[in-house]
Ligand binder design. Sequence first.
Ligand SMILES: NC(=O)c1ccc[n+]([C@@H]2O[C@H](COP(=O)([O-])OP(=O)(O)OC[C@H]3O[C@@H](n4cnc5c(N)ncnc54)[C@H](O)[C@@H]3O)[C@@H](O)[C@H]2O)c1
Length: 250
Amino acid sequence: MITGAAGGIGWATARRFVAEGAKVVGLDIDADRGAQMVDDIGAEHVTFVQTDVTDPEQVTAAVDGCVADHGRIDILFNNAATSTGGYVADLDLAGFDASIKLMLNGPLHGMQAAIPHMIEQGSGAIVNTSSVYGLVAGAANAPYCSAKAALINLTRVTALEYGRKGIRCNAICPGVVETPMFEQVLGIGLTTREEVAARHAIGRTIQPEEVADLVLFLASDESSAITGQAIQIDGGLLLETNLTGVPPVS
Ligand SMILES: NC(=O)c1ccc[n+]([C@@H]2O[C@H](COP(=O)([O-])OP(=O)(O)OC[C@H]3O[C@@H](n4cnc5c(N)ncnc54)[C@H](O)[C@@H]3O)[C@@H](O)[C@H]2O)c1
């Protein structure tokens, strides 16, 4: 099961999972793009359930529906989010709460619904999408940064609590990925694609398919001893504190 499945990373991950033989249930609030995702990947491999992940009842219904249809839920990829902003002193509290509800409570809802089934199965892999902004600060980005940082420690606690039940839980921390969310950021007009690309050690932004490969790895038995980790897939974005002005080799 993938939340935010109609978005850039979720869609690419659904396609990657299906290529590996998985049956995917995609959840998203955007029904139009959800239908496009099913058309693109194929209704025999992926189903879409319009779901608002901030509503625990909707998420539980979707998870229970997945188990009713497929007999199990092996993988939960908690990935839905939106980018929100505002300087700390000016933050609208309702907006802050909404961000936490979407990007922290949302994954919690998925885990609360899926973990009982995973315990019964004796296995399960959970991947939560955090961000480099879960590790470092971004100005005018406190709601997003706070939710993504808290999600990393929620991931660790979940991994600790359920490891002996055969459940692993990891977080991923992407750098800048070429998705509609990045297009929104560019739309603000304060930076360019080229400037953002140059800040990554690899000299470019990240493709959603590259993130999908990491999610696949963390969801698979190939990562059977990895749990409770926040894994950066950031193209080296956070590597540099350049206090000398010396440039990398170009
Ligand atoms: N794109 C980046 O540069 C980047 C970097 C770091 C982390 N991330 C994270 O990656 C994840 C995926 O983002 P993306 O870049 O694919 O963005 P995206 O905007 O393409 O996809 C996000 C999806 O979440 C859905 N969504 C929003 N609110 C929802 C709700 N209440 N219920 C259900 N679905 C909802 C949206 O409809 C959208 O389809 C997010 O968690 C984001 O924070 C993205």
